[in-house]
Each structure stands twice: as structure tokens, then as C-alpha cells.
Design a protein around this ligand. Sequence first.
Ligand code: GUN
Length: 313
Amino acid sequence: MPARILDGTSIANEIRSEVAAEVKKMAAAGVRPGLAVVLVGHNPASEIYVRGKVKACEDVGVYSEEHTPPETATTAELLALVDNLNRRDEIDGILVQLPLPLQVDSKQVLMAVDPMKDVDGFHPVNVGFLSTQRPGLVPCTPAGVIEILKRSQIPVAGQEAVVVGRSDIVGKPAAMLLMNANATVTVCHSKTHDLPGVCRRANILVAAIGRAGMVTRDFVKPGATVIDVGMNKVTDPAEFQRLFAGNSKREQTFRMKGSTLVGDVHPEVAEVAGALTPVPGGVGPLTIAMLMYNTVKAAKMRRGNRVPELSRV
Ligand code: GUN
């Protein structure tokens, strides 16, 4: 039986309407949450992501503003911008889109964001809160992974969860959230011995490696839930064939556009997994929905108000 497809778009829409309702309530009390997005230079992928984030703010009623320093911006200039945003009361959330240009010290810039406004959850203070199960701002993509599991009624407590990838943005916080939800968690990476064998232990497999279709059917225990966090652009025809041979719809778009978007999970995994997030339309939409949630959460936290919890797994 082919895997159940976990529809991230509809889960994200559900969260967005919950957030919009909360924003409406806040408006009645005279408060409008505000998000500042900092986009440095002209990274095409970042430009698309930021457009989506600003559009989401409009949809849910959050005030937003975009700051677009040039590609040549220095660390000092970005620190000054962040400092200014930290001081402005109408700004509740600050998001510095990554990657930053090479001449910029990214860690220093992220560290400068007021932890109370750190809607990405990247500041070491929020990382510490997450790892010690204190309330704080949680990175959007890993938080979205948990929302997909929870809202799809996939049990987490007591389950074997394997996370492939140990990035600060996805792998590590995803592992932490799964651990906080009482899963038994293994984190794998490029040096892991017998990666397919370790992954086959998983009831929940989270792929966050950044390599197109690397997770093949031999990585997956039959019936497992597979969450694909990857977003890879495939342009090489041989690579395309390895992933999508015989898929006429994909072949058509590949011919037309010269590229296609694929996750870290090979499409053949749909034949063994019990449930699977698609790419696109899986984890991606959750990232933006959780950013909206975090912005409202930050606005409430800064005002000392109770924060509505989303899911507890
Ligand atoms: N670049 C890729 N993903 C992200 C993210 O979640 N947040 C930010 N700020 N930059 C990113």
C-alpha cells in the first residue's frame, strides 16, 4: 500500500487561520504584532522565501517591514540595523534571512537579535531554553515537523526517531523537540557508519541533509513515517532520471523549466513508508506558518501575556 501523504499545505493553513484569529483578538486590544525581515543582497532562493514570509504577514494581519541591505553590507552595518530593530517597540519579531554574505559574521549578527524578538529561535538563549524545556521561541521548521506529526495523529512518545542531519537550524532542534516529546532519538550525519541500517530502526525518520533523494527505500522500515525537510533543485538530467524516471508530470516540468524541486527523500520511499511528507507541499509551508505563530508568541511574551500553546505531543 503506498504511503499516506501528509498534506503540509492544509496543516499550515489550519495554523495560519488559528494565528489570524489570535491577531484579530489582539487587534481588539489595540495590539498589532510586527515582524521585521532582513534580506541582505540578492540570493534568489532567499528572495522567494522572504516574499512568502511578507505575504503570510499580510494574510494573517501581522505588520511587516523588509530591510534590504546590499550584498556588500558589513557586520557592523547589520549589527547597527539589528540594534535599531531591537529598540523599536512596534517590532516584535526580527528575522535575518540566511545565508548572509561571506564577509559577514553570521553568528555575531544572530547573537545580536534580542532573544525576546528572535522569531527564528536561533539565539543561544532560545537554544538553551529549548534544550532545558523552558518556554521560548523554537526554530520554525523543526516546530513545523512536530505540528505535522501531532496534527496527523502520529504517536511520538516512546517511538524510535532518527534525524539525519545535525544543522543548528533543523537537525539539532528537531532532535531536541522529539526528545522533549519523549521519543528515543538518534542523530545521524555524514560520518555515521551504516547510515541505512541506523535509519531503518526509525518509526519516525526526519531527513534534513540537503542532498537530493539521498534517502532511498533501503533506509526505511516498512510502515515508518518519513518527514522530508529537504528542498533541492535538480538540474542534472542524469540525476533527474535517477529520481523521476517514468514520472510523466515531472518530466514535463523538467523539460519546460530545466529544473525540478526534490526533497532529501527518493520518491520510491512512498512504496515502503507508512506516511510521507511531499516536496513541495510538506514541511515547507509549515515553516512560514510557524514563523507567524512565533511572531504572535513574541508579541505576547514581550507584553507579559499568556501564550496560546499549539500542539503538545
Ligand atoms: N534560510 C533557510 N532557512 C531559513 C530559516 O528558517 N530562517 C532564516 N532566517 N533563514 C533561513
